[in-house]
Design a protein around this ligand. Structure first.
Ligand code: AVI
Length: 324
């Protein structure tokens, strides 16, 4: 029966779809069950994430924007005239726009994102609003080495920008690898400006990932809906529940999807057993102190060059430099 279902299940068509299938099957077959957080962001997931950033409980986005608006001029002093600004995981470039307005004339702005269509489209829109600026989009996975455009390589300096606390979604060893990779790409004498969410009271953190309108729950459950849509899954969404909590020992928010009963679920014809209460671990969102992010960055050669926070010390923008 399983063999027949397997034959009938649609096969993934693209390399991206194959990677999704491979990761989901491996993750659901592991103990404990996991699915990588990067798969949250299909069309529906990206829209839900946009809604999360506007929730009253979800402070990171608006707090980071406030720091950038209030301290933009100070932060931009780290950017020398004629430098190239390279944004890692640029998405909508909303935050870069604030920095670009405060920055001196630049050789180029290089938004880098894995989603080629989005990076090209956002770059075209930004180009209209900043006609003097050379906007040179790059499609790449920011966790691996990639080539900068020639103009950015030839600029007298390069400044990396990695806002949004996306670094928090990496495991610490992955965050260190990202920082090492960024150093290689940007080169000697460069600067890196990172947005990182800070460790704080458990209640504030738990509320940010358990909003009362249930948008974060929908965002989490959309992962199962995506598996149903793209991998011939048969998850019943109302038999899984969103769980999110701050793990203080590991300084991270953990998101899980908990099965409300004992059940079997099929994905591309493969069957997975769930115990009642068993979870799929879907995301970690690490919170840093200024010192802990500094230690991680120093460990791979970056030197602290500035820290800006909001009054409540909820969020930080931290700058680092590489020796010449
Ligand atoms: C994208 N990232 C920084 C978000 C975070 O806070 O870790 C993703 C998110 N997950 C649930 N809410 C927001």
């Amino acid at each position: 029966m399983v063999a027949l279902a397997r034959k009938l299940a649609p096969l993934p068509q693209t390399a991206e779809a194959t990677a999704f299938a491979t990761d989901v099957l491996a993750g659901l077959g592991a103990t404990p069950k996991t699915v990588p957080a990067k798969y949250f962001y299909d069309g529906a997931g990206s829209q839900l994430f946009e809604r999360i950033t506007e929730l009253p409980e979800y402070y990171p986005t608006r707090t980071e924007m406030r720091i950038l608006r209030d301290e933009g001029a100070e932060i931009a002093r780290l950017i020398q005239s004629g430098a190239a600004l390279v944004e890692f995981g640029s998405g909508s470039s909303k935050k870069a726009r604030i920095l670009l307005r405060a920055a001196p004339p630049l050789a180029a702005y290089v938004p880098v994102d894995i989603c080629g269509e989005m990076v090209e489209q956002e770059a075209a829109e930004l180009q209209v609003d900043f006609p003097q600026l050379k906007v040179l989009p790059v499609t790449a996975d920011i966790c691996f080495p990639f080539e900068l455009p020639a103009e950015a390589k030839a600029a007298p300096a390069r400044v990396g920008f990695f806002p949004g606390s996306t670094i928090g979604n990496f495991e610490p060893h992955e965050a260190a690898a990202f920082l090492r990779n960024a150093a290689k790409i940007l080169g000697a004498g460069s600067t890196l400006i990172i947005g990182a969410d800070l460790i704080k009271d458990t209640e504030i953190l738990n509320a940010a990932y358990n909003d009362k309108d249930g948008v974060t729950a929908k965002f989490n459950l959309n992962l199962l809906a995506r598996i149903n849509r793209e991998l011939a899954g048969n998850f019943k969404l109302d038999t899984f529940e969103h769980h999110a909590f701050f793990n203080r020992e590991r300084n991270r928010i953990e998101m899980h999807l908990a099965s409300l009963k004992r059940q079997k679920v099929k994905v591309t014809g493969e069957c997975f057993d769930f115990r009642a209460g068993e979870t799929i671990h879907t995301e970690n969102s690490y919170k840093y102190s200024v010192e802990s992010l500094g230690a991680l960055a120093c460990g791979v050669g970056w030197q602290p060059a500035g820290v800006w926070t909001d009054k409540r010390k909820y969020f930080s923008i931290q700058a680092f430099k590489l020796a010449e």
